[in-house]
Ligand binder design. Sequence first.
Ligand SMILES: C[S@@+](CC[C@H](N)C(=O)[O-])C[C@H]1O[C@@H](n2cnc3c(N)ncnc32)[C@H](O)[C@@H]1O
Length: 467
Amino acid sequence: LSQHFVKKDGDVIIWMRLRLVASFASWLGNIMELDRSLLSRKIEVIALRIETRRTGEYLFKLRDHLLNLPRVRNAVNCGEKKLILLSQRYTDVSQIIEENGWLSEKLESTEMSSEKYTINLDYNHFTADEALKELLPTEVSIPSSFEQAGHLIHLNLRPEHEPYKKIIGQVILDKIKSCRTVVNKIGEINNEFRTFPLEILAGENNTYVILREHDCSFGFDYSKVYWNSRLSSEHARIVDLMNNLKKHNEHMLVADATCGAGPFAIPLAKNYVQVLANDLNPAAVDAIQYNGQKNKCLQFLSVHGPSCARHFLREQIDSKYTHVIFNLPATGLDLLDAFRGLKFSSNLPPLVFCYCFAPKDNKEGTLIPELQFRLQRALGLSSSDDTPHSATTHPLPPDSHRQATQFATDGFLAIRWIRNVSPNKDMFCLTFRVPSACATLEPILLEERPSPPAKRPRKSNNEEEAK
Ligand SMILES: C[S@@+](CC[C@H](N)C(=O)[O-])C[C@H]1O[C@@H](n2cnc3c(N)ncnc32)[C@H](O)[C@@H]1O
């Protein structure tokens, strides 16, 4: 440390200062506790004293002028009478009379009178957002989105939240009834299993989650096995698509090369589709085996691994699989080189659903050529008739399932936009049938590491690595 300072290198000193500020913020974040009493307060509103039997009529006629606070009734008992509580924007009854002619008539009669009414608000009256707005300094943004997996809520807090992280975690735990644990991502995804370091902010120290998706139950350790609830509609799309294809395919064998806890494989196997499932992560392999058992579909599920997708795809005896799901968007495209020199037992090579990340398309429209280029490069194909040579982009027509497979059957490539991953990055699904020209190529050596992602000149993007 002193060496750095002796050097008097400006950058190093700034870096050290930032580190000190960050560690102080982190220390603060660990000691600052939620004080619920900070949200106890009295508010005074205008109330109309009316006959109890007229309550419905008043609530209806004054519906745009009522207090409408969470967990506070707009009409409260007061002896034999009722009090109708008006919005906090009124400090005097004359203000509402200007807006509501019906009320002015009533005031002139003896049927109603107005008065001040005091409400005691506490922490329970606030939603998570409202409570955080009150508790965090105004210059700190309110964490707006989170992901939930079973009882666990996962936040991606920013450095500005560091001093308040325990408070944020506790408020979310208190306000979201189905939540028992709140975690925060504390580092980027930096391992092959696509998991990330996390810290428990509030609640039980338990990252083993049990959740339901597509009518199946999944159990796994969230800290060890990848899961992304934002992909649930994509999981459902592929499962529905494959279930439909099964109606027309007598022999259907799906290879899920990067299965995780089984969001594709388990619902397929439960629908009597034969599935081979593999993952590199031993914890994912254990999880899918357990989930197969739990969902009573082991008869249709054959779990392999832990092994690399390339080994898995090449080592299936006679490569009998008819469909491949390859959801490893960061690097999966490059692992498709496993298909080089691979002979398939059926006349029709498998239909592949491969996910990948790509920079958001720019106006020059380089996205499709770039994805085609990366795919061709991985498959070892230069341009030939058998190469996926044309593409369609999302949005596909409403019957996009049929459209996508039809494109691939014709030797075309269907590119479907899946989701926005970060400001500069999107996720896509490439659907194509393995071109038969691949079978004639020299097989790759399995010891080889995947070739580095192909780069075409384009603008740099410094987005964060997203899930
Ligand atoms: C993005 S996750 C997808 C998991 C699951 N299919 C889903 O949709 O939620 C990618 C998975 O691929 C696994 N994986 C990473 N590298 C792999 C490789 N070389 N071979 C096989 N699986 C791999 C990870 O462990 C992780 O479970």
